[in-house]
Design a protein. Structure first.
Length: 503
């Protein structure tokens, strides 16, 4: 079975830079109309690191599986390129750190991390699983266990102290002695970590893939100390599950974890920390339940499993029931819908399915992220149905200021070539001051309206350029001509670089 550091060691410095800049600038939970591959190619013509001041970043929200928005970010691109360059330039030292902190582990503790993904260009994907390579250590470490301690870090990424990266890499005492020495590689890395967050020392941005790599520098250091104390656990980013033989041992895990986190200015989320008796179905036992659902009276159609209305209804009803048992976690529905993407649905079953999807996405806007790939395209959902879903989702998003939902609705209108029929779309976009929503609405109106209609977008971009460029750089850059831009953006625009995908 592969060890943790085997994954980082197979990535070269050049591959790290390419994966982070070319495919890790934009978070997964954004409509698929943005890309940074051409920006990656452009940065290769520059002499990095560029001399730039600390930069602010784009803010946006994405609905979580618990129906609560999560604050996310898109970094200023040149500051991000500098940060990724610093990671790449110091990658050999970082690889040594990962190897030193994990070489004595008997199994891979961290389950979600930077790695080469099969047939994919990014280096990170949330919830990526490969049991053939990663194994399933839970099955081994729970054998003698009678209790499970569950915990996570309180506001993990927003709480990470940039200077703590150096503490993890070379030790707190040495880092503090040399903290003003700008020639030290770890201080250079710290500088570029701060520079994507306006020079602040507190917090990593949630969204760009580099943040997941940076967080692991600290988290594997904590793992190393916890393993030395004899604890047996797994970690999914900042989510811990420790298997213990006694209740006392489970309690010690929570106390020790709290102590180790405090060394890096982090803390436990005590509201989510708990100890449960075994046997207990795993936190993710709903996956097993869904996978073992038995479809009766099925049929084969072109090498696919065909489902009738009765079986489909039974499965979706069961998924809702399991979701409610799992604290209303919409990830259950997300998984269930994905699992249906390779099934064949006849006319009646498809009619029922599309109506249920319409109903569920309005209750759980978190589901929007999978509909294009897992529902609309594989099941050939008619455009008029997608339009109906999009209009209702847009109306819901506007009423609750869920601009990520609105953005998906507009994106679907562009991709599937239908008119939303929203008369005041431009005004809603401008009033939202949401960069992603602004840009996707501009793209929609650019495709459907006359040129003169776009003037207010450009006027708004000019206003934002003067007031808050970094927070809206993507919208401003794509809307304005090169002559209205300055510095690196002006030069890049003259080269014809765009962050927009061809739809």
């Amino acid at each position: 079975m592969r060890r943790y550091f085997d994954y980082s060691n197979e990535i070269s410095p050049a591959e790290l830079y390419e994966g982070l800049v070319g495919f890790g600038l934009f978070a997964e939970r954004i409509p698929n109309f943005l890309a940074s591959k051409t920006f990656l190619d452009y940065t290769r013509t520059l002499k990095l690191p560029l001399k730039i001041k600390p930069k602010d970043y784009i803010r946006f929200s994405s609905m979580r599986n618990i129906n609560v928005p999560r604050s996310m970010a898109i970094p200023e691109p040149f500051a991000y390129a500098n940060q990724c360059h610093a990671l790449s330039e110091n990658w050999i030292e970082i690889q040594k750190h990962f190897e030193e902190k994990t070489k004595n582990d008997s199994y891979k503790i961290s389950r979600i991390h930077i790695r080469k993904l099969h047939n994919k260009s990014p280096l990170f994907e949330m919830n990526y699983k490969n049991f053939d390579k990663d194994g399933a250590p839970e099955q081994d470490i729970l054998i003698k266990s009678k209790y499970i301690a569950e915990a996570d870090i309180s506001n993990c990424f927003p709480s990470i102290y940039s200077h703590a990266i150096s503490w993890a890499l070379i030790g707190k005492e040495s880092a503090k002695i040399n903290k003003t020495d700008k020639t030290q590689w770890y201080n250079n890395l710290d500088y570029h970590i701060m520079n994507v967050k306006y020079g602040e020392t507190s917090g990593l941005l949630i969204g760009p893939h580099s943040s997941n790599l940076i967080a692991e520098i600290i988290l594997v250091s904590i793992d190393s100390e916890m393993i030395k104390q004899g604890f047996k656990y797994i970690r999914n980013i900042d989510d811990y599950q420790c298997f213990a033989e006694t209740h006392e041992q489970a309690e010690r895990f929570l106390v020790s974890l709290s102590d180790e986190l405090a060394k890096f200015e982090l803390s436990l989320n005590h509201k989510k920390s708990k100890i449960c008796s075994l046997p207990k179905a795993n936190v993710r036992n709903w996956v097993t339940k869904l996978n073992h659902f038995y479809f009766t009276n099925t049929y084969n159609f072109e090498e696919k499993l065909g489902l009738r209305v009765k079986e489909l209804k039974g499965y979706l009803d069961f998924a809702v029931e399991v979701m409610l048992e799992s604290n209303n976690d919409a990830a259950v529905l997300n998984y269930a819908i994905k699992s249906l993407s390779d099934k064949y649905l006849g006319a009646n079953a498809k009619n029922y399915f599309q109506k249920q999807i319409h109903h569920l996405v309005l209750l759980y806007p978190y589901l929007t992220g999978i509909l294009e790939e897992k529902v609309f395209d594989p099941h050939s959902i008619p455009n008029w149905v997608i339009k109906s879903i999009a209009k209702d989702l847009f109306e819901l998003g506007i009423s609750k200021r869920l601009f990520d939902a609105c953005s998906y609705a507009v994106f679907w209108a562009l991709k599937y070539n239908f008119e939303l029929g929203i008369e005041n779309l431009k005004n809603l976009a401008i009033d939202s001051n949401d960069c992603i929503f602004l840009l996707i609405c501009y793209q929609y109106d650019k495709a459907t309206q006359k040129k003169g209609y776009l003037k207010e977008y450009k006027d708004h971009a000019i206003t934002l350029k003067k007031l808050d460029f970094d927070r809206y750089w993507l919208f401003i850059y794509e809307v304005l001509p090169w002559s209205d831009l300055t510095d690196n953006y002006r030069l890049m625009k003259k080269e014809g670089i765009s962050f927009l995908r061809d739809l």
